[in-house]
Design a protein around this ligand. Structure first.
Ligand code: ACO
Length: 323
């Protein structure tokens, strides 16, 4: 049986850091409110002209260097983003060109904050079927460009950044002892569009638009849906919270992360948290957190890593990876 094995992981964060104190000079908020409600202390913000494809390319290069692989070995690039450089062409094709790759296929995938989980699930199908040999799955976002910087309820929550993994199709023995992606589960339900959406686009205002959110409602659905998708993955694999070495959730809000870990029976010292320094970077948050914990040696080869996310749509999903 073919498995999608993680061979490399890397990330990139724009240089500029915006602290809560800086935001408190722009809108009526405080460091205390933001930290208490979200756990966020700072976020990175892309420079003028620094696009999603540029930061995604940096993350892809870091992941390839970590894998010790040449770009020419990659025949599939999936970029999860809700903030593409252009309506078209796909940001993925620009990263492909930046890497000097002219073979294979590159496309974007849009599932907002769940994008990395959806991208990983999609790449896994290509690799396990033999349709591709090696894939880059990239989460890259510049949410700073779709924030209403006058709306204190949303502008304090998000940040920019990119993360990437290199997956390679390798033979396994078909058991849970194999390295690689062991299970994926993705869901969506479009009835909840108005809880979290961007009020622009070619079909509406013809402007880029701003992110709009009913925060309390999103919070309520997030805790329920995240537990549901992980329980599905546990049922499919016969595993439980005790078996998980590292829980790497989408980084939206410290309170959502803690509530979900508690529901799943995962101790907080096995949870990777970056939301304090990165804010919510949407599809980039999980690969950014994976890259950090991989680089500092917390996540080791052979360990079981659980990822989950929920985002606009709604979309949500989870995946289990033996690193
Ligand atoms: N600073 C100070 N006060 C604020 C701020 C702010 N930045 N933002 C809102 N407030 C005020 C509100 O105006 C409100 O005031 P009022 O009571 O006078 O009307 C008060 O704080 C409480 O507002 P709520 O929205 O009820 O606060 P809540 O405790 O729900 O926290 C938050 C808001 C942090 C947005 C929370 O609902 C949340 O995290 N929701 C999840 C949203 C999320 O993570 N979305 C990301 C995309 S989806 C995902 O990734 C899971």
């Amino acid at each position: 049986k073919l498995r999608s094995v993680v061979r490399g992981c890397g990330s990139y964060l724009p240089e500029r850091i915006v602290t809560n104190a800086e935001l408190a000079q722009r809108v009526d908020t405080s460091d205390e409110w933001i930290v208490q409600r979200t756990g966020i202390r700072q976020r990175h913000v892309a420079a003028d002209g620094e696009t999603t494809s540029m930061i995604g390319l940096r993350a892809a290069q870091a992941a390839l260097a970590d894998a010790g692989m040449d770009p020419s070995e990659i025949d599939l690039i999936i970029v999860a983003t809700a903030t593409p450089d252009h309506t078209f062409p796909a940001t993925a094709t620009q990263i492909q060109a930046g890497l000097g790759i002219t073979d294979g296929a590159a496309f974007d995938l849009q599932a907002v904050c769940s994008g990395f989980v959806f991208g990983l699930a999609t790449a896994d199908k290509f690799l396990c079927s033999g349709a591709a040999r090696a894939a880059l799955v990239i989460g890259a976002e510049t949410f700073s460009r779709i924030l209403d910087w006058e709306d204190r309820a949303t502008c304090v929550l998000f940040g920019d950044g990119a993360g990437a993994v290199v997956l390679k199709a390798e033979a396994g023995d078909g058991t849970l002892k194999d390295r690689g992606v062991l299970a994926t589960h993705i869901r969506s339900d479009g009835r909840y569009k108005n809880k979290l959406y961007v009020d622009g686009g070619a079909g509406s205002t013809k402007t880029v638009g701003f992110l709009r959110m009913e925060g309390k409602e999103v919070f309520r659905h997030a805790v329920v849906n995240l537990a549901e998708t992980v329980r599905h993955t546990f049922a499919e694999t016969g595993l439980s919270g005790d078996d998980i070495d590292w829980f790497v959730p989408h980084q939206a809000n410290r309170r959502i992360i803690d509530a979900t870990a508690d529901k799943l029976g995962i101790d907080h010292d096995r949870v990777v948290v970056t939301v304090d320094r990165h804010g919510n970077t949407s599809a980039a948050s999980i690969p950014l957190a994976l890259a950090e914990a991989h680089k500092d040696g917390r996540i080791k080869p052979g360990q079981l890593v659980l990822i989950e996310a929920m985002g606009g749509g709604f979309t949500w999903g989870s995946a289990l990876i033996r690193w």
